[in-house]
Design a protein around this ligand. Structure first.
Ligand code: PLP
Length: 448
């Protein structure tokens, strides 16, 4: 273990670092190492990383095989642009298609936001070349998060992340989310007509069906507060897309690569997207990499020999050989160690062991999808008034004191940032889940 001079590092951090998202914090946690599901800070404190970083270190920390795969590739061929080809990208594209279970062509970038930008541009160009150049609009959902760039942020449905940066990319529309706990149509599940899916039909009609290029959705809204749709929802949206010739883009940046208990989140619902975007878990976040997988029948319209219809988009670092080699090893290990199946089991174990929280007076709803979970906190279970922000801050701090990192999300309007989140690595053990349950119990018990 290396030793560090904490005070001089903190001084340098204050002078030179600009942290992501967070309000100014002169005393950030400096993490120095990690193994399995556990991280260690500069003081030697260990924490179970209940969020896998940012929902991304799926396989767990410290896998030598992944470091070796990148190292070997860097020695063999460190870089070549994907205007031509290289072996790790070819093998990874093949593996991603295999995981998708259909023939897709894969375009590599570096981040989830870029993968979504690629999807938007491909969707628009596809319609252009298909004789419908008027189709330029995208429909996503309120509360969704799709990234930080001007298009991906425009697709995002959380005002608080967008204000001060507007105007963003034009042409992005939103419909309410499939949020049974606070049904946007005022119905209750079982006594509704899937109004949440019908919103797409209405908006497509009102906007003019020939003006809509695509819808974009996560299989479950994750960063917007873990909003898990009813089983009929995605198939219904797929049906609506087909009815109007609108493409379906599925954002698997978080739900993909085993997090949902299947290889990809949409596979839980039996739908076949036209475009699938992915990042985070593709490398378990060991190196930056993302991908936009496009159904072969669509991609082939760009790639006919003798035409000039190609996709005019290049990304210098996209599909870096070391990142691709590492990603391939990551997916091979997940197969060998059956980590997708393990994620499903872990999700069930977490649900069972945290079920007691459903009785807590400040818990309104517990939602889970594979091995990720959202605990929506309320002041009053009858009125569903969101819990005071201080209550969430307290639970998070009490968990941290006891060695557990959890997340918080849902921030569409101030006051609604009231969902605690968990998304631990697949290396998590049954003992770790007992630990999570015990710490959460103690942390909730500190609330008045
Ligand atoms: N899409 C979803 C669903 C995400 O959760 C994120 C990031 O959290 C993104 C896209 C953007 O990914 P990135 O931060 O790699 O640009």
């Amino acid at each position: 273990t290396k030793s560090f001079d904490k005070e001089s590092l903190l001084d340098a951090d204050r002078s030179h670092m600009w942290h992501h998202m967070s309000p100014y914090n002169p005393n950030p946690m400096i993490v120095t190492e990690a193994s399995g599901s556990w991280i260690t800070d500069i003081d030697g404190n260990r924490y179970l990383d209940g969020m896998s970083g940012l929902w991304c270190v799926n396989i767990g920390y410290g896998r030598q095989e992944l470091a070796d795969a990148a190292y070997e590739q860097l020695k063999q061929l460190a870089y070549f642009p994907l205007t031509q080809s290289h072996v790790p990208a070819i093998r990874l594209a093949e593996k991603v298609s295999e995981w998708l279970g259909e023939e897709y062509r894969v375009f590599f970038s570096n981040s989830g936001s870029e993968a979504n930008e690629v999807a938007f541009k491909i969707a628009r160009q596809f319609h252009h070349q298909n004789g419908e150049p008027g189709r330029y609009k995208f429909i996503s959902r309120h509360r969704a998060y799709h990234g930080n760039t001007m298009g991906a942020l425009a697709a995002t449905g959380q005002s608080i992340r967008k204000e001060k940066y507007e105007p963003l990319a034009p042409g992005f529309l939103h419909v309410p989310p499939p949020y049974c706990y606070r049904c946007p149509a005022g119905k209750s599940y079982g006594k509704c007509n899937m109004e949440c899916a019908q919103f797409f039909d209405q908006v497509i009609n009102w906007e003019g069906e020939k003006s809509v290029a695509a819808v974009i959705m996560e299989p479950t809204i994750t960063g917007g507060g873990v909003i898990v749709p009813a089983p009929e929802y995605m198939p219904k949206v797929r049906e609506i897309c087909d009815k109007y010739g609108v493409l379906m883009i599925v954002d698997e940046v978080i739900c993909g690569f085993g997090r949902s208990g299947e290889r990809f989140g949409h596979q839980n619902f039996g739908v076949k997207p036209d475009i699938v975007t992915m990042a985070k878990g593709i490398t378990s976040a060991y190196l930056p990499l993302s991908a936009t997988a496009v159904r072969a029948s669509i991609a082939d319209k760009f790639n006919e020999q003798g035409t000039n219809l190609h996709f005019r988009h290049v990304n210098t670092f996209g599909g870096n050989p070391a990142a691709c080699a590492l990603a391939l090893k990551n997916l091979e290990l997940m197969e060998e160690e059956q980590l997708v199946e393990r994620s499903k089991e872990l999700g069930e174990e977490l649900r069972t062991k945290l079920a007691f929280l459903a009785e807590h007076p400040y818990v309104g709803d517990i939602r889970s999808f594979g091995f990720l979970m959202g605990i929506e906190m309320v002041e009053d279970r009858k009125t569903k008034e969101p819990a005071a922000p201080a209550k969430l801050t307290q639970v998070i701090a009490e968990c941290k004191k006891r060695g557990l990192i959890i997340g918080r999300n849902g921030d569409t309007i101030p006051g609604f940032n009231n969902v605690l989140t968990l998304s631990p690595p697949f290396s998590t053990t049954s003992d770790d889940i007992d630990f999570i349950a015990q710490v959460m119990k103690e942390a909730f018990d500190t609330l008045e």
